[in-house]
Design a protein around this ligand. Sequence first.
Ligand SMILES: Cc1cc2nc3c(=O)[nH]c(=O)nc-3n(C[C@H](O)[C@H](O)[C@H](O)COP(=O)(O)OP(=O)(O)OC[C@H]3O[C@@H](n4cnc5c(N)ncnc54)[C@H](O)[C@@H]3O)c2cc1C
Length: 473
Amino acid sequence: MFLPAPHVARVKADAAERAALELARLLGDSVVSCEASALEGVSRDESETQGVLPDIVVFARNAGDLAETLRVAAKHDVPVTPRAGGSGRAGGAIPLAGGIVLCTEALDQIKDIDARNRVAVVEPGLMTRDLHRAVEALGLFYPPDPNSLEWCRIGGNVATNAGGPRAYKYGVTRNYVLGTEVQLMGGEVLRTGRRTKKGVTGYDATALLVGSEGTLGVFSELTLALVAKPPLVATVLALFSDDAAALGAVVHLQAAGLTPRCIEYLDAVTCNAVRAKGVALDLRAQALLLMDLDGAALDAELERHGEVLLGCAGIVDVQVAQDAARRDALWNARRALSPTTRALAKFKISEDVVVPITEMAHLVSESHVIAERNQIRSLVYGHAGDGNLHVNFLFDDTSEMPRVKQALLELMQCTLGLGGTLTGEHGIGTTKLAYLHLEQDAGLRALQLRLKAAFDPRGLLNPGKAIVATHAC
Ligand SMILES: Cc1cc2nc3c(=O)[nH]c(=O)nc-3n(C[C@H](O)[C@H](O)[C@H](O)COP(=O)(O)OP(=O)(O)OC[C@H]3O[C@@H](n4cnc5c(N)ncnc54)[C@H](O)[C@@H]3O)c2cc1C
């Protein structure tokens, strides 16, 4: 943990103590813990952000526990950090002010799958993988598929508006959230949205809550849209001589009117890391695109994709995964890229910037120039279909942090200069707060603070995250 977070005043010790006593009395000692091991277990996520230890952990069992915790916290002026799977990459679930971490993992039930209306109603602690399995058994499909799906939870996905490879064809989490039940600071419960596919009654509070990174309310139930499960899926691997060729092919595929389920990109360093894990890749490939196609008429689709890819400059080979074993090997390698590349250095920072697809090649070459100028290493992979690339900076000693911070600033400036945005799926959390003012003007940031105050007037819910107007960290 080496990334500094914004400073947020720590909760007063006597207030935390009073809240702990009241919560333990109301919810029981098995739900409320102040044990060091419990506090440590919820003080980090996958972002390397340096937070502080909370004073209390509440392992909520149901919506009632969530509401009671938020009521007691407001009464004693104690901050609350909501938490789901802890796989976040922006520091959103890390406490900055102490107080309470509110764990939602045990709320993991599927309340309803209405197959005829293609709707699921679930609790926020449900693992994303488990929702996929349950709906697919009924011939249905929940498309959002963050690569952490064996670990993250639906509540965390909704709070970050998670994407994933399939977002290229199917969209991100927001496109599937029809409604929420949300617990507000102080214990009030609201229901937002609807169960139907369409609906425009009032302001779209559901859309505002999706991606709010636990700063507006705590989800206790989510109503999600489902689609029909695509009958067939094929995996295509396109190997290229260089980055520009691979990323140019994404533009060609789109211009040809083709919409594979996903288009994932790996640069040369990442290809080598995958080879080192035992996945056979033609040595001539210095960049690749991994694609899934789905639908009913795959032979014709495969042919059209093959034609376009083989017509691209710099193409080395196009292969269709011939069996499930090859397909699994390729996708398991893709899903494991984060830990695989993490092993290449002592420290790794992974960003999730987005640029227009025509600017991806420029972003990748600039990332390497920025890394070189700041004497650190870099690699890039990501969701190329959406222009959402994970630029990774690698280094071996924390004394290099000033240069890493300079490289991150230059990366954000470059991204915005190319018409892009700071984050495509991880959220602002704490890690990107320092750059928020580069993308959003003062008026918009002030409006968001006023919205926050309408939900949480005393700023007790997940303080120091997502929208705080600071450039100080
Ligand atoms: C290897 C790896 C691969 C990844 N791949 C992807 C990817 O492909 N796409 C992608 O989008 N992300 C990806 N991520 C990032 C991460 O998995 C996502 O951001 C995920 O949505 C976080 O879910 P979580 O359950 O772990 O949430 P947490 O990390 O626990 O929390 C994330 C945020 O949600 C808030 N929150 C949690 N529960 C609630 C609730 N009930 N109500 C209100 N707010 C809540 C927290 O306060 C925090 O701000 C990846 C991470 C890793 C480590």
